[in-house]
Design a protein around this ligand. Sequence first.
Ligand SMILES: Cc1cc2nc3c(=O)[nH]c(=O)nc-3n(C[C@H](O)[C@H](O)[C@H](O)COP(=O)(O)O)c2cc1C
Ligand code: SF4
Ligand code: SF4
Length: 253
Amino acid sequence: MTGLYFSGTGNTKHCVEEFVRYFDSKNQTVSIETPNIDNILANEDVIILGHPTCFSNAPKIVRDYIKNHTEIFAAKKVFIIVTMGLFSGDGAGCSARILRKCGAEIIGGLHLRMPDCIGDNKMLKKTLEENKSLVKQADIKIQSAAKQLKEGKPFKEGLNLFYHIAGLFGQRLWFYGKSLSYKDKPDINVKKCTGCGLCVKNCPMKNIEKREETIIHKKRCTMCYRCVNNCPARALTILGKKIYEQCLFEKYK
Ligand SMILES: Cc1cc2nc3c(=O)[nH]c(=O)nc-3n(C[C@H](O)[C@H](O)[C@H](O)COP(=O)(O)O)c2cc1C
Ligand code: SF4
Ligand code: SF4
């Protein structure tokens, strides 16, 4: 068993690591951003795939990763873990539908509420204690889901028709356009930016470039919020205009 994840701000990384560790502390967990992981995954029968929900869909970077690596997933057993701030409907179902087209067998799905990572939106913000409590509850659910998979009775969250309808009508129809393609983001406040280059280094899409004393972004943003939540100058925003909180998993464990 190997854990495989995409995580903008650390929530999903933590959840996949916890799940996989339950089976054997020596099990590996790797990011889809790590180079040359194809050979690690090639020899595995079971992959635990984790990703955040993005407007009730799998992030574009994850959907593209699966489509560009069909050979990795063919004939594999895949258990899907989806993290979310509030609600995803059929979060696991979104990636399951693509994975099945690659020939993967979906053995289960787990939905986990975690701290919201949209640092420039006030709506879903919680206190530090509330976020810590969310992580604790998620950890308990992870243990229970891992135990059930071990016993051959895996959680199937996100995978049936009921979830599909909830995902579609609960949210995806209204926000469908937002998750279809990569974006021309983030917005930079040039007065605040110090040109430190951290966002350039961290972006999973190589969407940000340093040009002389400033940075520019291209049109390949997957809206993971990593740059926004890590910028020391709070100079970046995406959906909002102001930073309310820099949301990073390390603060909540
Ligand atoms: C652009 C964007 C869209 C999101 N859409 C949803 C959503 O539709 N439903 C939800 O419950 N959470 C949503 N979230 C919250 C994240 O799914 C959640 O915070 C997740 O745990 C982040 O995981 P990560 O730290 O591994 O990136 C969204 C976050 C971002 C950045
Ligand atoms: S991380 Fe922030 S301060 Fe540093 S270069 Fe990027 S936008 Fe500027
Ligand atoms: S620009 Fe920022 S939000 Fe967009 S993909 Fe890169 S790190 Fe993520």
